[in-house]
Design a protein around this ligand. Structure first.
Ligand code: SIN
Length: 296
């Protein structure tokens, strides 16, 4: 059922949950303008509850995107630009997700290929709490983005598996991004148990909702600390197959002006490939997170 909040302006904020495992659509609000306190707290509550908010028909410039992001916490700058130099020098807080190349230099990250299931920057000690992504230019086809609910993934594990993974921590490899590109300054990983990157619990408690989430980060070069590599691989394969099943996921087919925000602790996301001759440009901000606590 839609929740409708009467805002200070003529628009009426409307939050309609998707018929699926996560997500809600938010209309009746212009995010480029100042957002009143009542609407901001309704959005925070909706984000905590639904994990993914889709705001269609927005048109924020970079300053407005930054101002809107600040309603949810401190900004977390993007990771290093794989091509060197700041991604958007006038706005170092913003990451550009794009396949466009100008003057021989990519203007953003991730290219036009598939981006595999992941959460953002979990190879850092304090991964972002959330991410916002606004579509500026899109291909006519492809480049859809999928989100999976890691609260549901945890809740549906059997009791034995929950008990087994409760004390375990996993290595979140920093070497490759979700598009399979090696990050600047890293060497090929030959032994995942020695991969560079943060070590996080496999099961965490969400700092706002207290809900327990499976926290997987990304599959490539992941390794569970204290297990033999083959045991770790078998357990991770089982957890990833469970977590990324269709029943826990929703697909987003982008339209220009869509702005999405997702909870980076309680979801995973991935993106389809698209025609590399087409232009796709999105601007992203992130909200600073904290050390990831074990749930137990
Ligand atoms: C991402 O993986 O953060 C980008 C998703 C997208 O390009 O839609």
């Amino acid at each position: 059922m839609a929740l409708v909040y009467a805002g200070a302006m003529a628009l009426e904020l409307d939050i309609t949950p998707f018929d699926g495992p996560l997500g809600a659509q938010v209309t009746g609000i212009d995010l480029a303008g100042p957002v009143d306190a009542e609407s901001a707290s309704a959005l925070r509550r909706a984000w905590a509850e639904h994990l993914l908010l889709v705001y269609p028909g927005q048109s924020l410039d970079d300053d407005q995107l930054i101002a809107f992001t600040r309603l949810f916490g401190e900004l977390d700058p993007p990771g290093p630009n794989p091509y060197g130099g700041p991604i958007l020098p006038e706005h170092p807080e913003i990451n550009v997700i794009s396949n466009v190349v100008e003057g021989g230099q990519p203007i953003g990250n991730l290219g036009a290929g598939e981006a595999v299931w992941h959460a953002d920057m979990t190879y850092t000690e304090m991964p972002p709490r959330g991410s916002l992504l606004q579509a500026l230019e899109l291909p006519t086809d492809g480049g859809n983005t999928y989100f999976a609910n890691m609260v549901l993934a945890y809740e549906t594990l059997d009791a034995d598996l929950k008990a087994r993974i409760a004390p375990l921590r996993c290595i979140h490899d920093a070497t490759y991004n979700s598009a399979g590109m090696k990050r600047k300054g890293y060497s090929e990983v030959t032994d995942p148990s020695a991969a560079p990157g943060a070590r996080h619990p496999l099961v965490t408690r969400h700092p706002v909702t207290g809900r327990i989430c499976l926290f997987l980060g990304r599959r490539r070069n992941a390794c569970i600390i204290g297990l033999a590599l083959d045991e770790s691989e078998a357990l991770l394969d089982r957890l990833w197959a469970h977590a990324t099943q269709d029943a826990f996921a929703t697909a987003h087919v982008w339209s220009p002006g869509d702005l999405l925000m997702w909870d980076n602790l309680a979801t995973l996301h991935r993106r389809d490939a698209f025609d590399e001759a087409a232009r796709r440009i999105l601007h992203r901000t992130q909200i600073k997170g904290d050390t990831v606590p074990a749930a137990a």
